[in-house]
Design a protein around this ligand. Sequence first.
Ligand SMILES: [Zn+2]
Length: 148
Amino acid sequence: MKIHDTIAISHFSRVISQLAAQQGQLEWTLEGQAAAQHSKPRLHLTMSASMQLLCQRCLKPLNHNLNVDQVYELVKDESEIPLDDDSQHEYLVISDAFDVLQLIEDELILAMPYAPKHDGTCDVDGPLESGEPLGAFAALKSLKLDRH
Ligand SMILES: [Zn+2]
């Protein structure tokens, strides 16, 4: 079993409030692996997304890409999850109401940065972060002026 699909990021209602723009795509593949002699059936989820988040420092749009690559061992209920598990796998309880898009949205939220910020420095026109040394800020500003 293998499913591959592309969804608009704006489809995910719990993510949409963190977006600077309702654009961007999420591409995902879900591949099932049958149970082997010593292992449970598995699901392999890979997804990559591009989205526009809001920088928490300058409050301007920030392009963000993320990738998720996750293997789940499938169990019927939580009692099947070993307590002394030392494998690298996540467990996924499969019920009749299993919702792939719900799983994808959960993983997307986990993979998103809690407080996204531009790498290095933001555009200096933005509001100054409190506590940032003024000297560095002034030096940056003059650096920018020198380019003209
Ligand atoms: Zn920024």
